[in-house]
Design a protein around this ligand. Sequence first.
Ligand code: RP5
Length: 159
Amino acid sequence: MSKVGVIMGSKSDLPVMQDAIDILKEFDIEVEVDIVSAHRTPDKLFNYGTNAHTRGIKVIIAGAGGAAHLPGMVASLSPLPVIGVPVKSSNSIDGWDSVLSILQMPGGVPVATVALNGAKNAGILAAQILGSADQSILDKILGYKEGLKAKVLDSAKDL
Ligand code: RP5
């Protein structure tokens, strides 16, 4: 079964990254969660980046804050698509540090960067990537979009 790897630089990122885990579980997608710090556990980062694709992970979601090098470094090591989540950590300069560290990747090493604290969208994007080759996941995405539409239409009924 296809898995999504969700990693974050610190356990302090978990309250934000939980949104990705929750939405993936809503789509019945298996999630492997780990803490991998680019700066504090560089060996673990290297092992994760070079091996994730060998154990059924198809997409990696990497969240980090501050000097957020985790998504980019994982992307440098892994052949898998990497989605980066800039986390607004407590000592951040309004989150711009996280956003720019993840966004401005050099040519050849893409990271699909979502909004600041946008872990939910990261989870949906990962599901969509898996869904492009898996009809049952694609059907769940279609259902999810129908739900979004219904909410908006319902909200307009009692204006
Ligand atoms: C980054 O530094 C982490 O991703 C986190 O967002 C931030 C703060 O980490 P802690 O000091 O809370 O462990 O590496």
